[in-house]
Ligand binder design. Structure first.
Ligand code: R2B
Ligand code: URA
Length: 289
């Protein structure tokens, strides 16, 4: 892990965004972590924690309630064996804040070899809804292959490739009889769900017509871009700077070439969400020694 050297001489006592005191007792809860699995919502992070308790520790999920290790209502953090299941909220801005704090926490707790995986949902481009995409490269909405951010007035462009050996290990960990399609591709991280992804059903009107959008979507195939979501570019940019292997496992909820609205039933959506979690669990199980 590559961490800000400033932290070595200025140790902190409190992580403001996680609302966590950095006491010896609290830090002890975060030693020996191998993977951090990040999902948008805190309830999905809790669901994954329950599944991991069953898969890794053989605990009957019926009798297990995961304990949230932080007190903030913005994020949740659960530990199961050597895995953290955390929530990151929605969008590059919130995941970036989480990444800073969770990385500092894990560094202070003595973890140097970590992997970060975002497990989520996305809007597919030309793929059957329910397909799981493992991201190789994250793109900006203007198809730039880097993440543009700002340090006050300075524009910074950061590389957004994911860790290819982590991607390969995740694919290799999947059983041959997986009951849904899974593929490696690239992703666009948009700044919002509506206009940022050129949806026509937002509260405000897009500036682009359907003809223009169809032409734009057609270009995506050439770049092997398979889905839209809202966090992959800052995840990749952060992890490239920090030298933490990272990728994203995201199920597609709809095919954006066929529409804008997510129309699947609640049961179908829950089943889709289970798919990306199952891919992550298969990988985590393959890494237990
Ligand atoms: C995918 O789904 C969320 C929006 O519904 C967002 O966090 C994302 O990246
Ligand atoms: N998440 C997104 O960001 N876009 C979609 O279309 C679906 C989920």
């Amino acid at each position: 892990m590559n961490i800000n050297p400033w932290l070595k001489n200025n140790p902190e006592q409190y992580l403001y965004l996680l609302q966590l005191e950095l006491t010896t007792q609290n830090l002890a809860m975060f030693t020996n972590i191998k993977q951090v699995i990040m999902q948008g919502s805190s309830s999905r992070a809790a669901t994954l924690a329950r599944k991991l308790a069953g898969a890794l520790l053989n605990i009957d999920q019926q009798f297990f309630e995961p304990v949230n290790l932080v007190t903030t209502s913005n994020f949740a953090v659960y530990r199961i064996g050597n895995v953290l299941s955390v929530s990151h909220g929605m969008g590059n801005v919130t995941i970036d804040a989480l990444l800073h704090e969770i990385t500092k926490l894990l560094y202070y707790a003595g973890n140097l070899n970590l992997e970060y995986i975002r497990v989520g949902t996305s809007g597919g481009i030309g793929v059957e809804p329910g397909t799981v995409i493992i991201t190789q490269n994250a793109f900006m909405p203007n198809l730039a292959p880097y993440y543009t951010t700002y340090e006050l007035d300075q524009q910074i462009d950061l590389p957004t490739h994911m860790d290819s050996s982590l991607v390969n290990r995740i694919i290799a960990a999947q059983p041959a009889e997986l009951e849904f399609p899974i593929l490696v591709g690239n992703s666009i991280a948009a700044d919002d769900f509506y206009l940022g992804q050129c949806r026509y059903d937002g509260a405000m009107t897009t500036r682009k017509d359907e003809k223009w959008r169809t032409k734009f979507f057609a270009q995506l195939d050439k770049l092997n871009i398979k889905n839209f979501e809202m966090e992959s570019s800052s995840l990749a940019a952060f992890c490239n700077q920090a030298s933490i292997p990272a990728t994203m496992i995201a199920v597609t909820l709809l095919n954006r070439l066929k529409g804008d609205q997510v129309v699947s039933s609640a049961t179908q959506l829950a089943e889709f969400s289970d798919r990306s979690q199952q891919v992550a669990i298969n990988y985590i199980l393959s890494q237990q020694s």
